[in-house]
Ligand binder design. Structure first.
Ligand code: F0G
Length: 430
């Protein structure tokens, strides 16, 4: 156990509901009252952000991580405990085809699929796995729609920890399952949906002393804050009008709210960007709560082609609600067909992403059409996962009978190995 942590140090956990305080010296699970732990540690009163330019250009391995470079915003863990690939340093993209399709001239995409295991989860995992190691955990666990499990499996392998991942059987992409298998996690397939797997892992983590790496864990959220911090750094600390992201379990939404508040408190930004959270129409409990003015929230059965966000009972509902309220944010829904078309357009622009990611781009289009995003406003849409995360959905989009009516469908052809046959199929292009 890290000596700073054994004493509690200045860092501790506070329940977001009953305000009970406990030390950050073990797996930070749910409070006895059902509330979720907030992580408290001292932020500097002000930060001169030019330190981040120097670190980005330096050689220190921690500075090379797009997470640990921003360590003023991270919990104090001893550098010896840190497990890093490194993460982050993800690129920004513009594409005129996407600006015209969405109706948003100043659209920028930030591609979190460029992280080591292909999704934004690695940013939270480097921090939470490092904490797990610092407090002497032996076995780490998560429930997942696929990306969290891939990231947990990789970081546990690097840290020398055993990983147990709980997956809804038959409901995650083969590529993500393959990652978790390859990295050596113990895989438990649960007969049920993600929400059932989540309930089971929470119970199991208490009974069996597993260190829980889902986004209940505020060390995960601390790491994910750096998506926004690195984005603002790339924009020379000039906030966009909107940041648009897909919402599933809502950990990322919560992390973005924290990041925006902390960037303002430390004097780095003067104005808050607004958050827009996009859910799939068939997995939209947060949207329905938002539409009720957050008067009502109820879990729902979830179904969508975007398997990463097929979640009906988001763990971070209350935290995400706070993020929307504090940023004058909005919540929108898009249909599966809109998600698939947005994905096909992101792919065709040469950028590529997995289906859940494309919800953010489909959402920008919906919000411009609804008059909520004005065409001249600056918008950053987050791509959360890599194209290769879900090849089955690509094949289905382009090769299924439905492809006939899809303008971007791209069907491979097979030929005999002769020039004559080739001429036959390439007559329109060569
Ligand atoms: N996009 C992708 C690619 C995801 O994998 C997830 C969540 C989200 C968006 C939604 O983020 O949960 O913070 O609202 N995936 C989790 C998982 C649930 O298990 O991999 P969120």
């Amino acid at each position: 156990m890290d000596p700073d942590m054994a004493t509690g140090g200045p860092m501790h956990l506070v329940c977001d509901t009953c305000r009970r305080i406990w030390p950050a010296d073990r797996s930070p699970g749910r409070c006895v009252c059902g509330g979720l732990p907030e992580l408290v540690f001292a932020l500097p009163e002000s930060i001169d952000p030019t330190i981040y330019d120097r670190r980005r250009d330096g050689l220190d391995p921690l500075d090379r991580s797009g997470v640990w470079r921003y360590r003023e915003f991270l919990p104090p863990l001893s550098p010896g405990a840190v497990v890093t690939r490194p993460e982050g340093n993800t690129n920004l993209y513009t594409a005129s085809a996407l600006s015209s399709w969405t109706g948003c001239e100043r659209l920028v995409l930030k591609h979190e699929g460029e992280n080591p295991t292909g999704s934004f989860k690695d940013r939270g995992m480097t921090v939470a796995t490092s904490h797990a190691r610092a407090v002497g955990a032996r076995v780490v666990a998560c429930a997942s729609t696929g990306n969290t499990s891939a990231s947990v499996a990789a970081y546990a392998a690097m840290a020398g920890l055993l990983a147990v991942v709980f997956l809804p059987e038959g409901k995650i992409s083969a590529a993500k399952l393959g990652q978790a298998i390859a990295y050596g996690a113990r895989i438990v397939q649960v007969r049920g949906d993600f929400d059932a797997a989540m309930r089971l892992v929470e119970e199991a983590s208490q009974e069996l002393e597993l260190y829980l790496l889902n986004s209940i864990n505020p060390f995960r959220l601390a790491g994910q804050k750096t998506i926004v911090i690195e984005l603002l750094h790339q924009l020379r600390w000039e906030p966009p009008d909107w940041i648009v992201l897909p919402g599933g379990n809502l950990g990322n939404t919560a992390a973005f709210g924290l990041a925006i508040a902390e960037l303002q408190v430390t004097g780095i930004i003067a104005r808050r960007p607004r958050l827009a959270v996009i859910q799939a129409e068939g997995a939209a409990p947060f949207y329905h709560a938002y539409r009720s003015g957050f008067a009502r929230f109820s879990p729902e059965p979830a179904e969508t082609v975007a398997s990463a966000i097929r979640i009906g009972n988001p763990v971070s509902y209350h935290r995400a609600r706070r993020a929307i309220e504090q940023t004058e944010g909005v919540v929108e829904i898009v249909s599966d067909e809109e998600i698939l078309e947005a994905k096909a357009r992101v792919d065709r622009a040469g950028i590529g992403c997995e289906p859940a990611s494309a919800a953010s781009v489909a959402g920008v289009r919906a919000l411009v059409r609804a008059g909520i995003i004005a065409p001249g406003q600056s918008v950053v849409a987050l791509l959360t996962g890599h194209l290769l995360k879900d090849p089955d959905t690509v094949m289905d989009y382009h090769l299924s009978p439905d492809a006939e009516r899809r303008p971007l469908a791209n069907r491979p052809v097979t030929v005999e190995p002769t020039l004559a046959a080739l001429r036959g199929v390439l007559s329109d292009v060569a």
